[in-house]
Design a protein around this ligand. Structure first.
Ligand SMILES: NC(=O)c1ccc[n+]([C@@H]2O[C@H](COP(=O)([O-])OP(=O)(O)OC[C@H]3O[C@@H](n4cnc5c(N)ncnc54)[C@H](O)[C@@H]3O)[C@@H](O)[C@H]2O)c1
Length: 278
């Protein structure tokens, strides 16, 4: 199926930015990258390792980008060399997209209390929350004043979602970090925001236990009675990273078809989704 884009425009013309977290064409970071490119942005990409390079390279070449550096966010030397490569090529950047998270599969199934190990907790926090603080600091050193940063989060930070477990705790830390980063960088006109996306079928989402139930329940219970369109997430990122989002910072913005707003789902779609007859 051909990838959908918003109409071409110039909202990001003359701006350069780094996209962290494209693994394949289903990645949320890729949906965001495409829309930024459609609006004239020049993009650089990090990819996690050699296995992903062969998936990511053809994608980025397809949008005319060529700056692509390997980066494991748990490794300081890898972060050092990735940001050094971007500074060497471009000098300055205008925005950062952080779309990275990880928790071991065994942490994402069953009860939070029994499944959460010290190692699993620290690893989820490191990759899914600290990596944004680290990337934001490094990016801020080469970012023009007036730039923007966006990270991706999920409602599991605010409410209990079965099996999301330690990732919910990491997302809460990520959202709090977004506010602290916004305060630190605000005086330079750099805005830092988070998008709380509803469930989208990606590699990362596949790691969460009872994924099928999550998609069915979200569709039935969301205000829009549909799952989240990655284009909506990309549109929100475009707003936050362009001048459309002036004065918006420290925000966690939900793009989830209104799922977060519902206290009690409508009876009929819920029963249909759960296969209950009466
Ligand atoms: N898919 C969803 O339903 C959903 C909903 C809300 C928020 N999110 C968030 O969106 C972000 C992107 O996830 P996605 O759903 O697009 O899945 P994805 O699997 O396409 O992207 C996750 C990315 O994290 C990267 N990553 C993991 N560990 C890393 C490491 N040590 N170093 C460098 N990169 C690393 C992977 O390489 C991958 O590119 C994540 O923060 C995720 O929690 C996803």
């Amino acid at each position: 199926m051909a990838e959908q884009n918003f109409p071409q425009g110039t909202l990001m013309a003359g701006k350069r930015g780094l996209i962290m977290g494209v693994a394949n064409k289903n990645s949320i970071a890729w949906a965001i990258a495409r829309q930024l490119a459609t609006q004239g942005a020049e993009l650089a990409f990090t990819y996690q390792g050699d296995a992903l390079e062969r998936r990511v390279r053809p994608l980025i070449e397809g949008i005319g980008a060529d700056l692509m550096v390997q980066c494991d966010v748990t490794d300081d030397a890898s972060m050092d060399s990735a940001f050094a490569a971007i500074e060497k090529k471009w000098g300055k950047i205008d925005f950062l997209v952080h779309s990275i998270a990880f928790a071991g599969k065994e942490q994402l199934a069953g009860s939070f209390i029994e499944q959460t190990t010290r190692e699993g907790f620290l690893s989820a926090m490191n990759i899914s929350a600290y990596s944004f603080v680290d990337a934001a600091r490094r990016a801020s050193h080469i970012m023009n004043d007036g730039g923007g940063m966006v990270t991706l989060t999920y409602l599991g930070s605010e409410r209990v979602i079965p099996n999301y477990n330690v990732m919910g705790v990491a997302k809460a830390a990520l959202e709090a970090s977004t506010r602290y980063l916004a305060a630190d960088l605000g005086p330079r006109g750099i805005r830092v925001n988070a998008i709380s996306a509803g469930p989208i079928k990606t590699l990362a989402a596949a790691g969460i236990g009872s994924g099928r139930h999550m998609f069915r329940f979200n569709k039935a219970a969301a205000a829009m009675q549909d799952n989240t369109d990655p284009m909506g997430v990309a549109g929100a990122a475009l707003y936050m990273l362009s001048d459309l989002g002036l004065s918006c910072t420290g925000e966690t913005h939900h793009v989830d078809g209104g799922f977060h707003a519902i206290g009690m789902p409508q009876e009929a779609p819920l029963k249909a989704s759960l296969g209950i007859e009466s």
